[in-house]
Structures are given as C-alpha cells and as structure tokens.
Design a protein around this ligand. Sequence first.
Ligand SMILES: Cc1ncc(COP(=O)(O)O)c(C=O)c1O
Length: 412
Amino acid sequence: MPGPGIELIGAEETAEVLEVISSGFLSRYGPSDNPAFGAKVHRIEGEVARLAGVRFALGLSGGGSAGLWITLLSLGVGAGDEVIVPGFTFVASISAIVYTGATPVLAEVDRSFDLDPVDVEARITPRTKAILVVHMLGGPARLDELKAIADKHGIPLVEDCAQAFGATYHGVGVGGIGAAGVYSFNEYKTITCGDGGMIVTDDEALYERAFAMHDQGHAPDRLESKYAPRPFLGMNFRMTELSGAVLLAQVRKLDMITAHLRANKEIVQQFLEEEPAIEFRTLPDPDGDLATHLVVVLPSADIATKVAREVGSITLSESGWHVYSRMNHVLERRTVTGKGCPFNCEIADHSHGDYRIGMLPQTDALLERSISIGIGVRDANLAPFGLRMRDGADEARTTALTFRGAVQKHLA
Ligand SMILES: Cc1ncc(COP(=O)(O)O)c(C=O)c1O
C-alpha cells in the first residue's frame, strides 16, 4: 500500500462510486437538469481549485504526466524551446517536456532538495519558455526566489505538485502560486483514484487552452458537452465520474491525513535530533511541508550507504527514476519514435540539452549522503524504510530509534 490515501479507501469511497454507477452517468458530461447526475468531476475540480486558491481546475484521466504535458503545450511550449527542470524529480517531469518537443534543461537541487534558484537563473537563455519546479517528497520549493526569477525574465513558473498535494507555501496550497500547478492522484500520492491528475490555474486563457487540449478542442463547459467552435485540435484526457467520485471521498480525508503525517514526522524528527550527526532537509516553509517524507543528510556517502543497508533502505542517489543519472532513457535520448525534437531536431541554433552522469555535481553530492524515511509513503524506489499512514506514535518511536541506532553504529 504505497501512499496515504489508498490506505484509507473505505465505505465513503464505495458509497460515492455506487452513486455514480446507479445513476448511469459515468462521463463528466451529464444532464444538468437531472438530479441523478452527480457531477463528481465538476465538484472535485471545485474543491481542488479552492484548496489552491485559484479559479480553475481541470480533472484528467492521464495523471500528472498528462497534466504537465498539457500545461506546457497550453503555455505554448514546443520545438526549439527550453524548459528548466530539476535533475532530482520523477522522470515524468522530463518526459512531459520531451513530448512537447522542447529541450529539458536539467538544473541542480539544493538543501531544500528542490530547484536551486541560483542555478536556475544561470541556466536561463532566450529560449527558456518555462521553469518547471517540482515540490519533491512533499516539501514545497523556494517559491519566493523562483517566482521572482521567473517574473524578472517573463517566464512562467509551472509547479509539479504530483508529490505534494496538500502541502502549502505561506498558507497557500501548492499549485496556486505559479502560472499553473499539476497534481497526480496515482496510488503513491496523498489522495488517489488509482490514476488521474489535475491542473490548477488562475489564468482563464490558459485554462481554456488546457480544457480544449484535454477534450478534442472543445470550449470549456463543465457539465454538459458543448459543440462550440473549436480553437484547435485536442485529444481526450477526460476524467470519468468514477474517478471524480473516489477523489471526492478522498479529499474529505485530506486534513486528517496531513495532521497525522505531521504528528508522526514530528515524533521521528525529535528522536533523530538527539544525534547531532543527523542533519535535515531545509524546508523553505516548514509549516507547509506535507510530511509524507522525512529527509536526512548524513556526514558522508559511505555512512549513508551503510545506514541505508542496515535499515533496508536506499540513499536518494539510488532512487531509480527519480535521479537523472539513473534515467537511462533520458541519458540515451530515447523517445517512442526516435524522430524529431528535441533529441533529433532540425531547428537551427537549437542547443540540445546535456545529459550525462556527473553533470549535476551538487545534486549528486547531496543525494548520495541522503535518505528519505517514509512517513506516509512507502516506495521501494524512494523510501523503502519508514512508516505507513496507519502507523501511530509507537511505530514512529520504534522507527526513529531503529534509524538513530543504525546511524550511531556506523559513525563509530
Ligand atoms: C514529481 C512527479 N511528477 C510527475 C509524476 C507523474 O504523475 P502520474 O503518475 O500521475 O502521471 C509523478 C508521479 O509519480 C511525480 O512523482
């Protein structure tokens, strides 16, 4: 059971889904004058927009990956452009850029484990069309600095909030700070419907473009389908009422999830703080951390590896498709067709991205000394050791003592 939401699937989700099935209205479009139509997708979009403090949300069947791709396309990102993205992220952030035809420009993360604003600014060129900030492991990035840089250069900041639904930054839900934000509702995420995603934005024109892209070019109509003039060709990433129903039940559990995770994280951190050799991730806004993970930094890569082995975990540098150096398909520039931009691109003066192991030394040096203790997410490729959503204070204490003991053993 990977993420918090999936562990809480129960009677509420069942009731919501049964309502949809017995109504017979399974598509997001239904008759607004028929009370049997529950408009679940419309309603969960309203809830998520409210949490992000913006006017528009768009539910997607295609997950966070489709959400990022559609957002970038809707911002006009395409062949010949560049998008800055951290080298520590799930590979989907990079794939979404690649399939717009733009070049992913990999940037360093700092002790926040999110984009390093100094490195981002150094990588901006006239071709930079977006900065894709990823709130990794539930921890919001340095949004003040990143937003200031984006605004200074007139470049949109897109928030990849796939791992951070429910986190806030200075009291605002992540996703509502940049030009747009994207959530994932796969099984590893805060709340889930199995697979699905959502885009949020306060920009009406961007929302209209994203809506059209997600539904065959249609103009937005949130309840009934509308055969209005179509601005351009689209695709189909419509969320179904079944997914909307599960998410409506799940989102009601969000406050309980975040309160529980934060309490457990606090217990684990307090025990670890007694060992001065254990350092912690810098959180730009500690109150807004989702607390799905507690990231620790150890004195050396050697100690971190030994501790990880001792507790049955991995260092973050070993975390599969979350680190650029382990993304073989990126390093080898492989796409489904092998044709066209960004890797096989005819556009003049296009400077291709640089992808090789060791290209982000600051990120590499940090990740090899770091381990994530799962607080509410158990993922063999990210945080195999830690707590699960249903664990309480006793398990939190035991987990902390086991980890602290392993560190003390290998410091000696
Ligand atoms: C940071 C990040 N971005 C994007 C995605 C893609 O989301 P999805 O699996 O819903 O397509 C994920 C999923 O794991 C992720 O962790």
